[in-house]
Ligand binder design. Structure first.
Ligand code: FES
Length: 151
């Protein structure tokens, strides 16, 4: 056994697709995503499920809220590296913030916190933001229903 001969190396088919350059922060969040998983039903105050109709990627996100702050947050992403890295950073940004602060987090905030992502992957950062907004809306709906049912 030895190393591959130069003939074997040149027989490799050349990759001709687009090459995307991710910075170290993005790669770190992609390979070691924060807050991955889900919250148990009895711990979940809000839940969001969103999808990107263009690529078919999906994002599920759970939040628990204590004293109007995002106490716990978890996500599962069926998506590309951009979706996973941006969702991971989004959860880091949202954790500990008040609900009102979390509502104001934008996809640009996420991209900036990551130090940038390739232009063609910027739309991926919207998936996590929309899932967070959906989870907050779910919590707000539950709160108003609860208030309405109170005597
Ligand atoms: Fe679909 Fe990234 S390509 S979210």
């Amino acid at each position: 056994m030895g190393s591959p001969s130069s003939k074997e190396k040149t027989d490799q088919p050349e990759y001709s697709g687009p090459i995307l350059y991710y910075n170290d922060t993005v790669l770190d969040h992609f390979t070691n995503p924060r807050n991955v998983g889900e919250l148990a039903e009895n711990e979940t105050d809000g839940y969001g499920l969103v999808g990107d109709p263009m690529c078919g990627d999906q994002m599920k996100l759970w939040i628990s809220i204590r004293s109007e702050r995002i106490d716990r947050i978890a996500f599962k992403s069926y998506g590309c590296p951009g979706a996973i890295a941006t969702s991971s950073m989004l959860t880091d940004l949202a954790k500990g913030r008040t609900v009102e602060e979390a509502k104001r987090i934008t996809d640009d905030d996420v991209v900036e916190a990551l130090g940038g992502i390739p232009e063609r992957k910027k739309h991926c950062s919207l998936l996590g933001v929309l899932a967070l907004q959906a989870a907050i809306k779910d919590w707000e709906t539950k709160c108003s229903l609860k208030k309405e049912s109170e005597p």
